[in-house]
Design a protein around this ligand. Sequence first.
Ligand code: HEC
Length: 194
Amino acid sequence: MPLRVVNVLLLMLFLATVALNWAERAERDRPHVEILPEMVRSAAAESFSPNPVFADGKTLQKPAPGTIPRGLLPLHYQATPEDAHRAGEELTNPYSLNNENALKRGASVYANFCLACHGPTRAGDGPVARRGYPPPPAQPPPIKDGEMFHIITYGRGNMPSHAGQLSREDRWKVILYIRSLQQKTVAQAAGGKP
Ligand code: HEC
């Protein structure tokens, strides 16, 4: 190929590049060619709409087996007397009696969620029990904190579960308050000041 032809071709290529560059400058924000546009704008399917992509034809897929919601701590107990006993052996209250704030919160939880049946001093004489609801025991048997936690969580006999109303922290705090109530009762029985 003669040198002159090469030069002409190179000049044309140069001019074409300049022209393209100039034309492209008009709409710099908008790409003319999109490679894999689905990656830029994914198709948003409605949760309950059918979906051919999945084997069961549904958009909303079940979580993988064993998935735990963020923040949830599993509690490995069943609502059985055996597991209530096991909870008593295995679980301990994370709060101690010298924790003023926890006690305060526990007192408030007790007044709002337990007193109606169990009564102010836990003698089983709350207003609900006095009006005919099967009363809780007047002299509750001594049980461990963990077993109490199990009873509050899963219920027992006529005592309904409070897992839906009370966070785990609140359940432990109300147990703490019950322990402080017991200490007061013991002190009173011994003739000391309440
Ligand atoms: C609707 C009435 C009712 C409410 C509200 C209630 N309880 Fe009970 N609770 C009972 C009854 C009835 C029993 C006896 C259950 C049985 O053995 O049949 C009981 C038993 C218990 C026991 C075992 C026996 C004992 O007293 O040690 C614990 C612990 C207990 N409840 C704690 C609580 C706590 C803590 C709350 C508040 C968060 C609460 N209950 C709220 C009715 C209630």
